[in-house]
Design a protein around this ligand. Structure first.
Ligand SMILES: [Zn+2]
Length: 236
């Protein structure tokens, strides 16, 4: 199993690790700060190297219990230890957009009773789909934007912790989102909670306080059927 450093510290940008296996352009390390993607958040990019050996990490994925780093070129399989460095600007943007999606999700649930059905983030934009029972007008979208920015500006802490599965399933906020999708074999569920706004079972990367997110500007909204609505936004 790769030790997933990013789960404990989303702000870790550099690390060192013994090599477990190098196979062509693919590297497995004992531990890593590279997020392998998932939950709408893309995999990290960055670099791995030691001395004169250097390669760019172009993709990262989970395979069994391992995190596999895909490089832009092969490195010698005699290398024993590697240093890793994230493309932090890109990752931090994902963390800001990811946290914004949680705030948005909390706001539309609390104020409109609407449930999120999907979301995706990039380093420069994000989108969210939800099942919205009411009229879908520019006024409603403006109201959502206003409410989410109000919540973000309050500088609410974002807490990450683990709960036993049974306990997590008793929390209505978690039932609303996705803990019902957490496989049975998972005994401890990782929880991401924006104080007073949103609680989700989640394996992704988020900022520590909503004031780091900035301001949401909804750039597009569409109705894809009676129940299926989408907003796209950028952060300022
Ligand atoms: Zn999340």
């Amino acid at each position: 199993m790769t030790w997933e450093l990013f789960l404990k510290d989303a702000y870790l940008t550099e690390f060192e690790s013994p090599v477990v296996e190098i196979s062509g352009r693919e590297v497995v390390l004992d531990q890593t700060a590279f997020y392998p993607g998932g939950g709408g958040q893309p995999a990290d990019k960055g670099g791995l190297g030691v001395g004169p050996v250097k390669a760019a990490v172009v993709d990262v994925r989970r395979e069994g219990g391992h995190v596999v780093h895909v490089l832009d070129k092969a490195i010698p399989d005699t290398v024993r230890d590697l240093k890793g460095e994230l493309d932090w600007e890109r990752r931090y943007a994902h963390m800001r957009y990811h946290t914004a999606l949680h705030a948005l999700s909390g706001v539309i649930w609390r104020s409109f009773g609407a449930k999120v059905t999907g979301g995706q983030m990039r380093a420069d934009r994000a989108r969210m789909d939800f099942s919205f029972p009411g009229e879908w007008t520019a006024d409603v979208v403006g109201e959502i934007e206003h409410l989410v920015n109000e919540a973000l500006a309050e500088g609410r802490p974002v807490r990450v912790y683990e709960l036993p599965r049974e306990e997590a399933l008793e929390n209505p906020d978690l039932i609303r989102t996705q803990s019902n999708l957490v496989p049975e074999r998972v005994k401890m569920v990782r929880i991401v909670e924006i104080e007073g706004t949103d609680t989700q079972a989640d394996g992704g990367m988020h900022v520590a306080n909503t004031e780091e997110v900035g301001e949401v500007e909804i750039t597009a909204h569409k109705s894809k059927g009676r129940q299926n609505k989408r907003v796209e936004f950028v952060l300022r």
